[in-house]
Design a protein around this ligand. Sequence first.
Ligand SMILES: [Fe+2]
Ligand SMILES: [Fe+2]
Length: 331
Amino acid sequence: MFIVRRPHVRLSAIATAVLALEAAGCGCPDAKSEATEEFEGVVKGPDLKNAREDGETDAERCEAACRVVAGEELDDVETCEAVGPADDPERPWAEGVAEITVTCTATYTAYQFCTGRRPQGHKEADIAVQSRADWFAVHAHLERAAVTAFRELAEWLTGRGAPAGLVGRCRDAAADEVRHADALEALALRDGAEVPSPRADPPTGDVFAVACHNAVEGCVSEAFAAVVAAHQAAHARSLELRALFTRIAADELRHGQLAWDLHAWLWDRLTPAQQTAVAELQARALFDLPGNSRRAAAATPRELGWPGPDHAARMAELFARRLRDAAGLAA
Ligand SMILES: [Fe+2]
Ligand SMILES: [Fe+2]
C-alpha cells in the first residue's frame, strides 16, 4: 500500500541524520535504463525458507533466492545456480539445509542516480568514468542538464499559475546549476577532458509526467546528491574541491527541499490513482538507491571524497528509510 496523505518532508533533518551516522561511523521513462548483472550471495534463515516455499520447481526456487541476493527488483532471471552445504552441495533445496550459495545473472530496470536533476527526456552521455577528468566531465554535463531542468520547470510552473515562491526558487536553482556546471567544466578542461553538451527530447507538459519526473529526479536523486556532496565537502583530498563541494552541497540541499515542496504542490493536482502511481515510482527509486549508489561510488575516484561503495550503500539505505518514514511510503 502506498500513501494517501499529502507528503511533507523536511530534507535538512534527514540529510543531517544521514551525515551524523556517517560521521559516527529517477517510472519516469527518462530516468530508467535496462541493466544486466551477475549476483552471488548466501541465502539462509527465513529467506531460504521463503524461497523453498515460493517455487514449485528448483528453477523457481533459485529465482526467488536470486531476488534475495540481488536486493533489487529484478525483471528477469536469466541464469541461476544454487549450491548446498559442503557435505551435500547437490541438494540445496532439501529440508534441513540451513544455508545455500546462489549465483545468478539477471536483468533489472535501474533508476539511475546522478548528482543533479536531469530534465525530462534527457539523453545519457556515453562516457565511462575511468579517471578524475571523466568524472568532472560527466558531472559538468549533468549540472548543465540541470540548468535546463530548472528553467523548464520555472516556465511550466508559471504557465500553471503556481505560487511565485516556487517559480522563483526554480529560477534561483537554475542559476546555482550554472555555477556548478561552470566550476566542474573548468576542472574537466584543466584535466584535459571534453564536456559533452546535454541533449534531451522536448518535455511532456502534463501534471502527472512532471510529478513523476520530480518524484524521482528531484526528491530522490537530487536530494541524495546533497548528502553525497556534503560527504565530498568533508573528504575530498584537495582544499579546492572541499570548498567547491561545500558550496554545491548547500545548494543541492535547497534544490532537494524544493523538489519535496514541489512534490506536495503537484500532489494536490493529481487524481488518487495518479498519486498512487507517483508514490510507487518514488518508492521504487528509493529501493534502488543503495544499489545505484554503490555502483556510482565504485566508479568514482576516491580523491573526490565520495564514500566507498559499501558506505555509500549504507548511507543511501538510511536516507531511503528516513524519507520513506517522512513521506509515508511503504518499503
Ligand atoms: Fe548542481
Ligand atoms: Fe541541483
